[in-house]
Ligand binder design. Structure first.
Ligand SMILES: *[C@@H]1O[C@H](CO)[C@@H](O)[C@H](O)[C@H]1NC(C)=O
Ligand SMILES: CC(=O)N[C@H]1CO[C@H](CO)[C@@H](O)[C@@H]1O
Length: 285
């Protein structure tokens, strides 16, 4: 009996221990070093309308960057190239800003996407598959160029496929760059279509080109975006109905960090058919 209780407690302890470990290993949390101040005089680059996570990434991927100022209201990210020692007098009171030092996160795989990289000062580390990296000159990462369609040719899927037409109506037809091909599900209550962009991107807008026939089938559409399929949130909702061949443009209202895009008709039975889905985004480096 006593043995049983002991075993039970041990199991409970082990369970709590594993949940705590899982929790710490999966939570990406940055604690600001200072609040409502910004470091003055060392900012060498500014990024507008990006998320706190992206701002952190902008800094850690650059060896030159030691800290950043981030404004939670205006979503402005200022990355700093400061000496190791900064003084109280280097800070300026400015409500809404947080100041974060980044050096101590380097080398921790939870935070550092480029552990062990050999990039030089003046270069940005971009992580590839198989734990490989490339170092890109910072000059080639100027942000003001237009965001690119990063959905083109990426891996996609859909809730069902009308096998009568087989590959002719496959999910890939919505990311093949052609508007005369289309994806097409079966008649379902909540048909969905998704694409994996392969990396987390800073998504600026999503465009859909409707099929040229039966365009009104596009309605009550949830467009969800997220860094993983179990962490999705609504980017926008399209009530519809769409028109034949219509070109729909959905602008993000804030920043959106996303790798997966999932389109769901929430109010079927309906067919989900898409001539093309374009996701315009900036890479996060
Ligand atoms: C897309 O969203 C729908 C509705 O929330 C969900 O049922 C479906 O599993 C999602 N697709 C994927 C690939 O996660
Ligand atoms: C397949 C399809 O729907 N194609 C049309 C999509 O919309 C564009 C622009 O309206 C048309 O040019 C395509 O023919």
């Amino acid at each position: 009996m006593r043995f049983g209780i002991y075993q039970g407690l041990l199991l409970l302890f082990k369970f709590l221990q594993t949940s705590a470990e899982q929790c710490t290993s999966e939570t990406f949390r940055i604690n600001p070093d200072k609040r409502n101040v910004k470091l003055r005089g060392f900012t060498y680059r500014i990024f507008e309308k990006i998320s706190p996570r992206t701002c952190f990434q902008k800094c850690i991927r650059r060896k030159r960057c030691r800290s950043y100022n981030y404004n939670r209201a205006s979503l402005r990210c200022e990355i700093n190239s400061n000496p190791i020692n900064v003084f109280e007098g280097d800070f300026q009171v400015e409500t809404g800003y947080v100041y974060v030092e980044v050096d101590h996160y380097r080398g921790d795989p939870l935070y550092d996407p480029c552990v062990g990289n050999q990039c030089a000062r003046g270069e940005v580390c971009k992580s590839l598959q198989n734990k490989k990296f490339v170092c890109i000159s910072e000059d080639n990462t100027i942000l003001n160029k237009e965001p690119q369609n990063v959905a083109l040719g990426k891996i996609s899927g859909q809730s069902s496929l009308n096998t009568m037409y087989a590959s002719e109506r496959a999910s890939e037809n919505a990311v093949d760059g052609l508007t005369n091909t289309f994806s097409h599900t079966l008649l379902e209550t909540t048909p969905f279509w998704w694409v994996d962009l392969g990396n987390i991107y800073n998504i600026m807008r999503i465009e859909i080109i409707n099929r040229s026939i039966a365009g009104s089938r596009l309605h009550d559409l949830d467009i969800a975006v997220g860094p993983s399929l179990d962490d999705m949130s609504i980017f926008t909702h399209f009530k519809g109905p769409g028109k034949d061949g219509e070109h729909l443009v959905f602008q993000g209202s804030r920043y959106t960090d996303g790798r997966f895009v999932n389109l769901t008709i929430t109010n079927g039975g309906e067919y989900l058919q898409l001539a093309e889905v374009m996701v315009f985004a900036y890479p996060i480096y």
